[in-house]
Design a protein around this ligand. Sequence first.
Ligand code: ADP
Ligand code: MG
Length: 317
Amino acid sequence: MIQFQQVSKKYNDQFVLEDFDISIKDGEFFVLVGPSGSGKTTTLKMINRLIEPTDGDIYFNERRLIDYPLKELRLTIGYVLQQIALFPNLTVAENIELIPELKQWSKAQRRARAEELLEKVSLSPKEYLHRKPAELSGGEQQRIGILRAIAAKPDIILMDEPFSALDPISRGQLQLLIKELHKELATTIVFVTHDMNEALLLGDRICVMKEGKIVQTDTPEAIRNNPANEFVAQFFQQEQSPLASYFAEDLFKAGLLETAHISDGKAVALDTPLSVLIQLLAAGTAVTLVEDGTVLGQITDHTVLRFLETMMEKGDQ
Ligand code: ADP
Ligand code: MG
């Protein structure tokens, strides 16, 4: 259904993706997993043409992506981001009905769909249809974000670390939900995560990426039993080390960042492992957390130490 043929992407003469060949099957739950900066978001955004390749071709149902009208393509592809992107001034119903409306479904059809979907995720339509996003918890907002993406029955759903900003419980609930919805809808899902456990849990097939290259593409069982190389094997172990299960995002969520208005020193993303932050700080580099062009704050030695102290206080190190 989606095919990358020798796709490369360069920024300033530097490869971000190199000779990328993947073939995603119709109805497949396909997971891209890899450390921060390995090119996952870039790959995903190429599928709905938010980013164009420098070289190579991408096919969707045997037709080149660039031969589709952009509007048709965007309506065919649902997109869920890590940061909940509900429209704050629209109600839950209006948010869910947005794409169906663009696809010119009738008012009655749209409302019936919104109600059906809310019931699927155990939110009572009566209670939730008319709420604004601010009146929902983070987990509920992300649930609505997923419903909005699937409301108009897209052929493909792209998800970029959709659960990584949630607490472990909401995260577990939504992992189950998306797995169930996938089974039920038989839609193709392309899902990005930096968490190997999440990849193994969700994927029909997993593509492990490193520095813009594919390291291994296979089923969870095959990857678990036969990691292609040391990097893949390490990637599992990393998940088991307590320090390696923390990311810049955890410092951010703990409210420990210092204010920064411009990106100072090295810009890192939310999914940068704590171990990498520690290496950077130890080398005397100033570190700023930036996500999608927004500066979220400064990470200093103090931030990291304070975070580790909090973990130890909780007996959670
Ligand atoms: P991931 O999602 O796996 O963390 P990305 O696809 O966001 O990785 O980025 C891959 C690499 O491309 C990173 O090194 C990043 O810094 C770089 N990159 C992404 N967007 C741009 C851009 N607009 N200009 C220059 N470099 C970029
Ligand atoms: Mg990313």
